[in-house]
Design a protein around this ligand. Sequence first.
Ligand code: MSP
Length: 528
Amino acid sequence: MEKFYVTTAIDYVNASPHIGHAYEKIAADVLARFHRIRGKDVFFLTGVDEHGIKVERTAAAAGKSPQEFVDEMSAKFKAAWEKLNVVPDRFIRTTEDEHKKVVQEMFRRMQEKGDIYKSSYTGHYCEGCEDFVRERDLDEQGNCPNHKKPPRQVSEENYFFKLSKYKDAIRKWMTEDPSRVQPDGRRKEVLNQLEDPEVTDFSVSRSKNSLKWGIPVPGDEDQVIYVWIDALTNYFTGGGGFEGNGYWPATLHLVGKDIIKFHCIYWPAMLMAAGVELPAGVFAHGFITVEGQKISKSLGNVIDPIALVEQYGADAVRYSLFSGSAFDQDGDFSGKELIRRVNSELANNVGNLLNRSLTLVDKNCGGKIPDCQPENLVRKQANLIHETVDEHMKKYDFSGAINAILALVDQANKYMNDEKPWTLFKEGKQKEGEEVLFTCLEVLRRTAMNLYPFTPELSQKMWYQLGYDDEVGKIGDSIRDDGFFDLIPAGQTVRNQGPIFKRIEDGDGGTDGDKAGSEVAKSAKGKK
Ligand code: MSP
């Protein structure tokens, strides 16, 4: 069976999960579900990054021990993903013993190769980035351009990794197969970074005086392993580490555009030094803004994903995040847009097609799927939808996949309006009426399957109403070798249980979705 091992970045636990973190975890879950129903052996890893100075300081400020603090925060992340129906095969925490051992072994192997040496260093360290910032990149006030805070002047003796030795090999890795780093614009950006002489050997440890909360350097009690070395290694721990569990190398590291240097330069170099196979690919997604603005605590727009799910349901959140904007570019979240899309696309277009079809089947076909094989344009389009969706998903074009499914649903709704099966039945044209219904039911079956990665609950409800007793998420278990899914079975009894997706009404009964969105932001703020 073909394997698909997908990972996400692991989130820092110094603050609660927000919609930007959720965006990436849902995306990985969409891919995991997509490949699973296509019959692949999927392993989906996500988790949290629990070490580092930021976490150490936030715990101290909260009057807690670092361990106590990360235990509480990790539970919050886990709970948020559960609410969103994000179901990883493993939720990794970097404080796990198993992970610590893999990180130390990784360090040891890099050392054995002669790629780690001791040296002293002076630089500007930004705690937000958990990285050194170059002097020329600081803004006019001397702040880190990303975090708008002054970096700390750090001067220490640390262990260094010989990145310079691997620059040529990394360039080759990224150029000989351009699909390894996507989208292409990001690949070019990293290739440019690689040419920068300042992207060179870097410090891979901190003295215990400046950082205690981390994994000790093996054989040197005075030093702690740099948080990025620790964090990146989570992917390898998840893949079974040096013992292996059959999943490494990862098929895909899904990460935000801000951390590609770590994933496309540091990580492959570390793996080469440790003699470990490289991942097959990295994809950098865009950032989510909220109502046009960067997510930030000071703006008060940090939307708590749990509050959002409580207000709208997991499917609505999942769907609205990926239907509107291109995954490889920045996108915006607004309550208004969520309500508009969910109401018009899911409740109206998909919901109406299902409801009308099932009502007519109950009334005219004894509640059973008619036995026929009509040939018409809509059926032809329906037969193509799997391939079309595959094409989009292969390119991580989630909104393209969703739009193709919706276009098919629109086409079927229009076809039903034009053919008027209710009139055909009235005129005694039973066969013709049944053919129209069968066509629409086939579209619905394919819609349930193809929307499933985005809206698992809605799809399961559709599946059940179409008369299936199994789970739509398990169809990959019985997929035929040629990838063809059987037709909806003639004679299967449908179960019309009313709307699969209720229209979302705003609190005021109006359509002021923006207000709804900011109510969530407010309640999320109030909880802290
Ligand atoms: N801990 C590191 C990653 C280590 S991976 C070996 C880190 N953590 S983070 O919490 O700052 O970010 C986690 C992920 O969330 C990153 O991929 C980041 O790009 C993503 N996002 C953070 N804010 C985001 C948005 N506003 N929109 C979309 N993704 C965002 O970096």
